[in-house]
Design a protein around this ligand. Structure first.
Ligand SMILES: Cc1cc2nc3c(=O)[nH]c(=O)nc-3n(C[C@H](O)[C@H](O)[C@H](O)COP(=O)(O)OP(=O)(O)OC[C@H]3O[C@@H](n4cnc5c(N)ncnc54)[C@H](O)[C@@H]3O)c2cc1C
Length: 475
């Protein structure tokens, strides 16, 4: 038997099998699917449709999942219709912003993928110094729209990452020590909650949700737009890399541990150990000074005088060039695996563990995201993001293209992580592979309030493909 979905002009043959919230099999009524398709200003994609494969694809090439339906939403009303459809049927839901979740939380087998990739508008209000951004925009869209106005807000270091997951989990970047995390600049959001309602969320409206979405990830609904505070900023910034042979790695990191403690908020300094294309292990220190260039020269002088670098590129540099320099190396479709955690401090023992474990063969790189400054001046309970007093976020990453290497690569990254883990405390929820067991501990004293808000707004745990906070009835 063949049915037609008028909105999409598609033919639907047979029943549609799907997967429910707890993995149970569901059969979706054709008339209801047809109605959903009809209601959307965007498209409803089934497995047989052109565009389905492209829409289900996410950044990490390790992930290959096939939703039963993809609602490629054009606006907030589409998201409301999709959420209501899933909620009424207990259908598994995945929400795709930029698709950069390392463990592939934005796609699922057999459920409904709510794809926000068409919702990428950015509207900058120069007078108010704010930007209103669609829930499926990428970080590069935001930088590209704000920088010509000599304005910026904190975005991450790869421009094709989505604002959605990035912001809801915290949002670290090169300017966070000066301007705070993305959540510290989030003034408001529009959120479709599990009951299908579109709620404006800010300090004045739905303040409990406003607190929870600043670090609580996608647990509370689908953000269809974000409003960010912007800051005056010179797009010709100052910074760049200084690179050392890996033999100097311990000295470089021990120097960094002391030097980084004394830096002003403007300075962001992030070591990264990697292997050059010709197979040489190196350690680079990436720098940005979000301020005056003369001050920058003075602040970076001790770093530039240290050790025997093989490359020193520090100087005036386009901020956007810096923000896109890893876009190619971190391209879509490559097989990726990552383990990470926060380092409360960098000690000689943690430096030894980091350097001695880096094999540079199966582990592709290890990196630091420098925190402190403004990120540490916000109280741990002011937002859901509790890790305010850490030195850095530390990651151990592998990327490769040959699937037969996957087991060995993953094992090596886990081994490296096991050596550094005793020096870590907690983790960045945006980067963890599977956090259910550890989530409560990671949120510390904020967890109880998160559970209360989750219970109120998502009692069935519709939004569960994230660093999941379970409602009371399911805990
Ligand atoms: C190459 C790369 C570079 C990165 N660099 C940084 C960095 O510099 N700083 C940093 O802080 N993090 C960084 N990250 C981590 C990044 O913040 C997370 O991977 C984040 O989840 C990506 O968001 P996304 O929207 O692209 O991902 P998605 O895979 O689309 O989503 C991730 C999670 O967020 C949910 N979600 C996404 N959008 C929405 C929305 N609009 N409403 C509700 N839920 C939503 C999804 O359901 C999923 O649970 C990086 C990741 C990668 C892969």
């Amino acid at each position: 038997m063949v049915a037609t979905i008028p909105a999409c002009g598609k033919k639907l043959s047979g029943e549609i099998s799907a997967v429910g919230l707890t993995g149970e099999e569901l059969t979706l009524e054709k008339a209801a699917v047809q109605e959903l398709g009809d209601s959307l200003n965007g498209n409803l994609l089934l497995a047989s449709d052109g565009g389905y494969d492209n829409a289900r694809r996410v950044w990490n090439g390790m992930i290959d999942k096939r939703p039963a339906l993809i609602a490629a939403c054009a606006d907030a009303a589409d998201v409301q219709n999709a959420v209501t459809f899933a909620s009424e049927r207990g259908l598994l839901v995945a929400v795709k912003g930029g698709g950069h979740s390392f463990p592939g939380k934005s796609v699922c087998d057999g459920g409904l993928m709510i794809d926000l990739s068409s919702m990428q508008s950015v509207n900058v209000n120069v007078d108010d110094q704010t930007a209103v951004v669609g829930g499926g925009a990428l970080l590069g869209h935001l930088d590209t729209a704000t920088l010509p106005h000599n304005l910026v807000t904190t975005t991450g270091i790869v421009s094709h990452t989505g604002v959605g997951g990035f912001t809801l989990g915290g949002g670290m970047g090169r300017t966070d020590r000066k301007f705070g995390l993305a959540i510290d600049n989030l003034l408001a959001a529009d959120l479709v909650t599990a009951d299908g309602q579109l709620r404006h969320v800010s300090a004045d409206e739905n303040p409990d949700l406003y607190w929870a979405i600043r670090g609580g990830g996608g647990n509370f609904g689908v953000a269809t737009s974000f409003t960010y505070r912007l800051h005056p900023f010179d797009p010709l910034s100052y910074g760049g890399s200084i690179v050392y042979p890996f033999e100097q790695a311990k000295d470089v990191l021990n120097f960094y541990a002391e030097y980084s403690d004394s830096l002003p908020d403007e300075a962001n300094i992030e070591p990264v150990a990697f292997v050059s294309p010709d197979g040489v292990k190196l350690i680079a220190v990436e720098t940005l000074y979000a301020g005056d260039h003369t001050e920058a020269e003075q602040v970076f002088a001790p770093l530039r005088a240290f050790g025997q670098p093989v490359v020193d590129e520090i100087g005036p540099l386009s901020y956007q060039k810096m923000q896109t320099q890893y876009d190619g190396a971190m391209g879509h479709g490559v097989l990726n695996y990552l383990k990470s955690g926060f380092l409360p401090e960098l000690t000689p023992a943690s430096v030894d563990a980091i350097v001695e474990s880096f094999d540079g063969e199966r582990v592709s790189m290890v990196w630091f995201q420098h925190l402190g400054g403004q990120t540490a001046r916000v109280a741990p309970d002011a937002t859901a993001f509790a890790h305010r007093n850490v030195h850095s976020n530390f990651g151990i990453q592998g990327f490769w293209t040959d699937e037969t290497e996957s087991d060995e690569r993953i094992a090596a990254i886990r081994k490296h992580y096991a050596a550094v883990e005793p020096h870590m405390y907690g983790f960045y929820t945006n980067l963890n592979e599977d956090t259910e067991k550890k989530t409560w501990r990671n949120y510390g004293s904020n967890y109880k309030r998160l559970v209360e808000i989750k219970t109120k707004f998502d009692p069935e745990n519709l939004f569960r493909l994230n660093s999941n906070i379970k409602p009371e009835s399911l805990s």
